[in-house]
Design a protein. Structure first.
Length: 184
C-alpha cells in the first residue's frame, strides 16, 4: 500500500510541475488555440489521479489497524555510553565533568509525503510521515551526540535534552544535548 501511495504522490508531483511549468507558458503563448494538447491533458490527469490514489490509500490504511505506533518508531541506538535525563546516576559517582556534547540534524520529507500527511490531516489520524521523520531525526541527533561524547572518553551523558524547531515548510531541526561525564 505504501508503494502505491508513493506512486500516486509521484504522479501528482510530476503532473503538477508539468501543468505549471509547461502548461502555463503554453497557455500564455498559444492562447488563441482552444485545443488542449495531449501532454497537458496527461499532466492534469496525473495530478488528479495522483491525489485520488493518495486519498484512497491513506483512507484504506486508516481502516487497517495492523501495527501499533510503537512498532513504527525506530529503535534506540546501541551504545556503551549511558544516557540519562537526570543530573545524578543512582549508585554511581561522577569523577569528572567533560563538558557539553550535542548532536544536530535537520530533516525534511519530500512533497509526495507532505501531500499524504495533508490528506491524513483532513481525514484525521496520526501523521505517520512526520512521526517517522522526527523519529529518524531523533536517532540521528542522538547518535551524533553519543559519538561526540565517546570521542571525549565519556562513560555517560547526563541531563540529556531534545529541542526541535521548524526551519522551513516541512523541514524540522532537532538538537540533542547533554553533559558528558566520567563515572566511578
Amino acid at each position: 500500500m505504501k508503494i502505491l501511495r508513493q506512486i500516486g504522490s509521484l504522479a501528482f508531483v510530476l503532473g503538477l510541475f508539468v501543468a505549471i511549468l509547461a502548461g502555463t507558458p503554453w497557455y500564455i503563448i498559444i492562447a488563441d488555440d482552444p485545443v488542449i494538447p495531449w501532454w497537458l491533458r496527461i499532466a492534469v490527469f496525473s495530478l488528479l489521479g495522483g491525489i485520488l490514489v493518495v486519498l484512497l490509500t491513506v483512507a484504506f490504511e486508516q481502516r487497517k489497524d495492523t501495527t501499533s505506533a510503537e512498532a513504527r518508531l525506530p529503535t534506540e541506538p546501541d551504545s556503551s555510553v549511558l544516557l540519562l535525563n537526570s543530573a545524578a546516576i543512582p549508585g554511581r559517582g561522577i569523577t569528572e565533568i567533560l563538558g557539553l556534547v550535542q548532536g544536530h540534524t535537520v530533516f525534511a520529507i519530500w512533497l509526495g509525503k507532505d501531500l499524504s500527511a495533508l490528506v491524513r490531516l483532513i481525514l484525521g489520524g496520526e501523521l505517520t510521515e512526520y512521526t517517522e521523520m522526527m523519529g529518524s531525526a531523533r536517532v540521528e541527533a542522538t547518535n551524533r551526540m553519543i559519538n561526540e561524547a565517546a570521542r571525549m572518553g565519556a562513560d555517560a551523558i547526563i541531563n540529556v535534552r531534545y529541542m526541535t524547531t521548524s526551519v522551513v515548510g516541512s523541514a524540522a531541526e532537532l538538537l540533542a544535548y547533554g553533559t558528558a561525564v566520567k563515572l566511578v
